[in-house]
Design a protein around this ligand. Structure first.
Ligand code: IPM
Ligand code: MG
Length: 358
């Protein structure tokens, strides 16, 4: 029996609802397999914790989860606390020190889901976005002075290092190489941003030499939004900076039917630290506590986690169960135009897991 130690951090808003569902599904898939087990430790960090303790997680928080095999994360964001505090106090406080520099975001139109793109066929939209997750526009470099005075000034400096760009580029090329089409699109804004973005282009060209079997091209981020909508079938693996890929991945999720479905892995490829898996959606206060959050984004993230742990067949079995459930419109939550509740979808996925004999 192989046992994995998982840290669950539900966080705020619907985070608790979807992570509870995700943990339930995780135990169900383990039971189905029979030879693996998950020890899940729950951490009550987030906005409510902040209100009591003045910080989003304890000072030694990272030490408490450093030796877990992986982290399941819900969301950070609280109506009474500024977003930059919840973000930097929890999610980025884990991602950056744990060097989860590759943020991986697959996008596919799952069975039963309709894309808002009129003519797209399911298999024409099968992308994986690699988002640089440790520096760039999210480096945290900058400052604000003379607050409130007419002389007030503020900067957010995008900081790119050669080491940081090389490693994300190498990760993206390798990922593209592992997919059937071996196709990579490198996104920048190197016409207007003439320093760091030009360095991205240069480094892409250098790393490409290590992957002669990968076909790659370059796009400016503005033109990329158009290509994603107009010619989705020409894209496969995509690599972009922290902010550019943040924006492109929301567009990708919408084109695939709903933000409620999209998964993420914050990966530390060297495995020096645990990687963290989370749905791409946020805390969604408008539907918090109503029991209608779509848990599919969390389930798909759980598939990514199983895959990362090396449990490939288990990951595939869970993905098949998810797809069997999305194929049934009666099991769609309101974000997909349906009436199903979180618990209905969760129950159906668990039933599909136990029914899956292949
Ligand atoms: C995401 C989210 C976050 C981000 C927010 C909540 C800060 O939009 O994971 O894409 O921009 O990183
Ligand atoms: Mg985002």
């Amino acid at each position: 029996m192989k046992t994995y130690k998982i840290a669950a951090i539900p966080g705020d808003g619907i985070g608790t609802e979807v992570i509870n569902a995700g943990v339930e599904v995780l135990h169900a898939i383990a039971k189905r397999e029979g030879n693996i087990k998950f020890d899940v430790d729950n951490f009550d960090w987030g906005g409510e914790y902040y209100k009591k303790h003045g910080r989003m997680m304890p000072e030694n928080g990272r030490d408490q989860i450093r030796n877990h095999d992986a982290i399941m994360f819900g969301s950070a964001g609280h109506p009474e606390i500024p977003d930059h505090i919840t973000l930097w106090g929890l999610r980025l406080a884990i991602c950056q020190p744990f060097d989860q520099y590759a943020n991986v975001r697959p996008t596919r139109i799952l069975p039963g889901i309709t894309s808002p793109l009129r003519n797209v066929i399911d298999k024409e939209l099968d992308w994986i976005i690699v988002r640089e997750n440790s520096e760039g526009e999210y480096a945290g470099v900058g400052g604000r002075v003379h607050q409130g005075s007419p002389l007030e000034a503020a900067t957010d400096v995008s900081m790119f290092t050669r080491a940081g760009v090389e490693r994300i580029m190498r990760f993206a090329f390798a990922l593209a190489q592992s997919r059937p089409r071996r196709l990579l699109t490198v996104v920048t804004k190197s016409n207007a941003q003439r320093h760091a973005m030009v360095m991205w282009d240069d480094i892409a060209k250098e790393i490409a030499l290590e992957f002669p079997d990968v076909t790659w091209d370059k796009m400016l981020v503005d033109a990329m939004t158009m290509r994603m909508v107009m010619r989705p079938e020409t894209l496969d693996t995509i690599v972009a900076t922290n902010l550019h890929a943040d924006i492109l991945s929301d567009l990708a999720a919408a084109l695939a039917g709903s933000l409620g479905i999209a998964p993420t892995g914050n990966i530390n490829p060297e495995r020096t630290f645990p990687s963290m898996f989370e749905p791409i959606h946020g805390s969604a206060f408008d539907i918090t506590g109503k029991g209608v959050a779509n848990p599919i984004g969390t389930f798909w993230s759980t598939v990514m986690m199983l895959d990362h742990l090396g449990e490939k067949t288990t990951a595939e079995r869970l993905m098949k169960a998810i797809e069997r459930v999305t194929a049934d419109a009666n099991l769609h939550t309101p974000d997909l135009g349906g009436k199903a509740r979180t618990a209905d979808v969760t129950r159906a996925v668990i039933e599909a897991i136990h029914g899956a004999n292949e």
